[in-house]
Design a protein around this ligand. Structure first.
Ligand SMILES: NC(=O)c1ccc[n+]([C@@H]2O[C@H](COP(=O)([O-])OP(=O)(O)OC[C@H]3O[C@@H](n4cnc5c(N)ncnc54)[C@H](OP(=O)(O)O)[C@@H]3O)[C@@H](O)[C@H]2O)c1
Length: 260
């Protein structure tokens, strides 16, 4: 049984702990967010430490799920020791400041969708590669390991894309509901459509452009819907929106994207 210390017991910590039920991991969590920590204790048998420092003192692997804006400052106030391993899930964490904040422990960065990991279906990113964290994350979905910062930063935009895809699916479900479908039917129809099409992308040998061509009957209803969306910049708007998230998480990339 490997013990993982968790700093920051919010939504993400809960999803990851839920997903890890039945696996050879147990968790020692920080005390703040007392109601959620208590519920995690009651439902999943996690232990609650007396303080953040007690989490660090009692575990070798520390999972950081603190608010992104304050997380590094909170880590700077804690005493780590050599041989410890710290994984930040905080959006926009840069590896050098993380490692400085948790020295002499080793530091790693991750990104994941969150809720999907509770169902062991969420991909995770890990930078740089690490066997122990790779092993933990691989129980919660496929893991993509990165050797360098820039592609990791680019890929990490998927954390926002993932959340936004929930808004998109809810928006589409709401359209069906507004037009008379029962909410469950609408929710399942949208989810099954996206899941089916995701399977196509995962399993079909054809290149993506060919897949798109194949599902678009010339003059048909898909073409009709997509041309209306494009007339409203509904697809190209994603480019600017994702650039903005990338720059927020990696300000050094602003110039190359001509964004501030
Ligand atoms: N939610 C997701 O699905 C998701 C996915 C990928 C990455 N992330 C990343 O995960 C991190 C946490 O996100 P979240 O959605 O779980 O946020 P959240 O629900 O707001 O949880 C953050 C938790 O940290 C606690 N906290 C704040 N200051 C603390 C301190 N000094 N010591 C100990 N705990 C402290 C908060 O306690 P209080 O409630 O008492 O303030 C809260 O319980 C973020 O950095 C985010 O970028 C989240």
């Amino acid at each position: 049984m490997t013990e993982i210390g968790v700093l920051g017991v919010g939504a993400l910590a809960e999803y990851l702990i839920r997903g890890a039920q039945g696996l050879p991991y147990r968790f020692l969590v920080s005390p703040r967010g007392a109601a959620r920590a208590a519920a995690l204790g009651a439902n999943y048998g996690v232990k609650i430490a007396a303080s953040n420092q007690a989490v660090v003192d009692q575990t070798d692997m520390v999972l950081v799920c603190l608010p992104a804006a304050e997380g590094l400052e909170i880590l700077r106030g804690l005493l780590f020791r050599p041989g410890q391993s710290v994984l930040s899930t905080m959006a926009g964490t840069q590896i050098a400041p993380l490692r400085a904040a948790c020295a002499p422990a080793d530091g790693f960065c991750a990104m994941m969708p969150g809720f999907a990991n509770a169902f062991r279906a969420g991909p995770s990113l890990l930078f740089p590669p690490d066997p122990a964290w790779q092993c933990f994350l691989s129980h919660l979905g496929p893991v993509h390991e990165f050797q360098s910062q820039e592609p990791f930063e680019t890929a990490a935009v998927f954390g926002a894309m993932s959340g936004a895809s929930m808004f998109l699916m809810r928006h589409l479900a709401d359209w069906y509901i507004a037009h008379g479908l029962p909410p469950k039917t609408a929710q399942h129809l949208v989810a099954q459509t996206f899941r089916g099409n995701a399977e196509v992308l995962l399993q079909a040998a054809e290149p993506l452009d060919e897949i798109v061509r194949g599902v678009t009957t010339p003059g048909g209803i898909t073409e009709n819907l997509v041309s209306t969306l494009m007339a409203h910049n509904a697809l190209s708007a994603w480019d600017a929106a994702m650039d903005k998230v990338l720059v927020r998480m990696a300000p050094d990339r602003a110039q190359s994207l001509s964004l501030k």
